[in-house]
Ligand binder design. Structure first.
Ligand code: PLP
Length: 316
């Protein structure tokens, strides 16, 4: 998008939005590789409309705003809303481009989840192009989606780079299948895995926990205690990174009389990972935790426990 619309031109971006996303992809590097000149405007905590206006000159190609999806600037802070930037962009005849990062197609609050700007709202607020991920909140395959003004999209499609970046038919098939589910938003929570897991009812998780815990407890008899605890799920992939959702976990704590509980804990985690179908948890405050939010195949997990083998003495 940048290379198609702003090659050898300038792109003003707020200093508060110069993100690095997972895997060390950084906005300044992406600008450089796209052949654009990043023009930083405003300050880390506060950027005003006037900062953009003053940065615009004959060399400016687009105005870009980036959703800070993996951090928040709190306290004495200010950023320019999209509708105000859109007025400026229209006045100067420049495309306004919003990188939404996650980008949701639907309002998340009715699902009991925190608000995320939707693609539709962003376009209605005056953005000319919006970019968002296919595999974050959308719940589809890894892909990037560009939505907005047809003439700008056509120009991007004509870029020779497009051929190297085009998606294959498997991605298109998977994305198409996921998008069709959005035609019936009321059933998303039962049909789309990402929504199913984000909206999972704690009471149901307690029931799952009560079915798994006794089996595991028996299997780890004398080695570790298994308890059911409240925990917080962290939503991954930069989707809702500053939010945590209440959930239920199995907590597996090595019995303190066992020799070398620290190393027993790491051997326990390793034993679960070595199962025919690996079970991966996280270690927190001396216990191995299995957050049950994303457990779909309860019986599959149960069937794995019988293969557990943990030596109770440290390895020689
Ligand atoms: C995640 C993210 C991207 C990249 O999306 P991918 O689908 O992971 O490539 C771009 N911009 C922002 C702000 C993001 O959070």
């Amino acid at each position: 998008m940048l290379n198609s619309l702003a090659l050898r031109k300038e792109v003003p971006v707020s200093r508060g939005e110069l993100i690095e996303i997972g895997g060390s992809f950084r906005m300044p590097d992406i600008m450089a590789r796209a052949g654009c000149k990043l023009v930083e405007v405003g300050t880390t905590n506060r950027t005003h409309l006037n900062d953009y206006a003053e940065a615009i000159c004959v060399k400016t190609a687009i105005i870009m705003k980036v959703h800070t999806s993996n951090y928040v600037v709190e306290g004495f802070s200010a950023s320019v809303p999209i509708n105000e930037l859109a007025v400026l962009a229209d006045k100067k005849g420049l495309p306004l481009i919003i990188d939404l990062g996650s980008g949701s197609l639907i309002e998340l609050q009715p699902f009991g989840l925190p608000h995320e700007p939707t693609v539709r709202d962003t376009l209605e607020n005056g953005a000319h192009l919006v970019t968002f991920s296919g595999d974050k909140l959308l719940g589809g395959p890894q892909a990037g989606v560009i939505a907005g003004r047809a003439d700008l999209i056509a120009k991007i499609n004509r870029n020779p780079m497009k051929r190297a970046l085009r998606v294959d038919k498997l991605t298109i098939a998977a994305l198409g299948a996921v998008l069709r589910l959005y035609a019936d938003p009321d059933r998303l929570a039962e049909r789309l895995p990402v929504f199913k897991h984000l909206t999972r009812d704690s009471k149901e998780l307690v029931r799952v926990a009560h079915r798994l815990a006794p089996v595991l407890s028996k299997q780890l008899n004398g080695i570790a205690d298994v308890t059911i605890i409240d925990c917080m799920s962290q939503v991954g992939s930069g989707s809702l990174p500053v939010e945590v959702l209440p959930s239920i976990a199995l907590s597996i704590r090595p019995i303190s009389s066992a020799r070398g509980t620290g190393s027993l804990l790491s051997r326990l985690s390793a034993a679960f990972r070595d199962l025919p179908i690996p079970v991966i948890g996280r270690v927190s405050k001396g216990a191995l935790l299995f957050d049950l939010r994303c457990v779909d195949e309860e019986n599959e997990i149960l069937s794995q426990f019988e293969y557990l083998s943990i030596r109770n003495t440290p390895e020689k």
